[in-house]
Design a protein around this ligand. Structure first.
Ligand SMILES: Nc1ncnc2c1ncn2[C@@H]1O[C@H](COP(=O)(O)OP(=O)(O)OP(=O)(O)O)[C@@H](O)[C@H]1O
Ligand SMILES: [Mg+2]
Length: 260
């Protein structure tokens, strides 16, 4: 099972939208997929029409392996299951903080699912919390949506710093441009700068698109209602890159920033 985290310390950069759309595309490709909504805000759970009702979810993280399995919910899509967010995830940091080897727990909990799923996607909250560290540690690949605006380098450097602090084996990073507005000069300039300075930047870039926004009111992955929009194609390209990077034998290497 390939574990992929979608992460950025920064909020509102398109993590949840990407996690839901990529999960949908993977499932449609025949990958048995589970999306774990680690954000107590429950955005992914909402979009996939899950009910964030399960009690004591944070404790399931540190309990006996196998407890997580009871929390899995199906979705209306074939091959796509959901581990819904839980309000108690707000307390997850406290729970993890009291647990030895806390950041290892998330991966421990995922391991029994390996026979059942080909892909686990982790939708992370926007923070450098223990939960996020645990998710980064469990992942083999970390997707980092980056809005091409003024502070994007800084944010990326912070994410790289967090990954560098992890014990080996560290996950590979795949930063990708998100919410790109080609009409804005700053976006075009920063996008070019990132492309030139960051060889690991994904080829796919997600444009700003009202179809992505519509996922909220429709409570649906975008490919279920707007499959032929440029943004939908961009997510498909991104999924193709993820598949490529995760193919056996592919030496997915950690991204490098200049001087990093
Ligand atoms: N490509 C896009 N075009 C237009 N709107 C977008 C796009 N991507 C995301 N959005 C909108 O931006 C908002 C934030 O997106 P999303 O929830 O995916 O980000 P996030 O990084 O998960 O946020 P948070 O940090 O709060 O979890 C949402 O309202 C979403 O509909
Ligand atoms: Mg989110």
């Amino acid at each position: 099972m390939l574990t992929v985290a979608v992460y950025n310390l920064k909020g509102g950069v398109g993590k949840t939208s990407a996690a839901v759309n990529l999960a949908f595309l993977a499932a449609r490709d025949g990958y048995r997929t589970i999306l774990w909504d680690l954000d107590p805000q429950g955005g992914a759970t909402y979009l996939l029409r899950g009910r964030p009702k399960v009690k004591g979810g944070a404790r399931a993280l540190i309990g006996k392996a196998g407890r997580l399995e009871q929390r899995i919910r199906g979705t209306e899509f074939d091959n796509l299951d959901l581990l819904p967010a839980d309000r108690s995830y707000r307390a997850m940091d406290l729970v993890l903080d009291r647990t030895p080897h806390s950041t290892r727990r998330l991966g421990d909990q995922l391991r029994p699912l390996a026979g059942r799923y080909d892909l686990a996607l982790l939708d992370c909250p926007p923070s450098a919390s223990l939960v996020s560290q645990a998710a980064l540690r469990a992942a083999r690949l970390v997707l980092v949506p980056v809005i091409p605006a003024t502070l994007s380098w800084r944010t990326l450097e912070q994410v790289m710093g967090l990954v560098r602090e992890l014990k080996a084996p560290r996950p590979a990073l795949l930063p990708f441009l998100s919410l790109v507005d080609r009409r804005r000069r700053l976006h075009r300039e920063v996008a070019e700068e990132l492309r030139a300075g960051l060889p690991s930047l994904a080829r796919a870039a997600i444009p700003i698109s009202s179809a992505v926004e519509q996922m909220g009111p429709r409570r649906s992955p975008m490919h279920a209602f707007a499959a032929s929009t440029p943004a939908a194609h961009a997510y498909q390209d991104l999924w193709a890159e993820v598949r490529e990077l995760s193919a056996p034998g592919h030496g997915a290497t950690a991204a490098s920033l200049p001087g990093g």
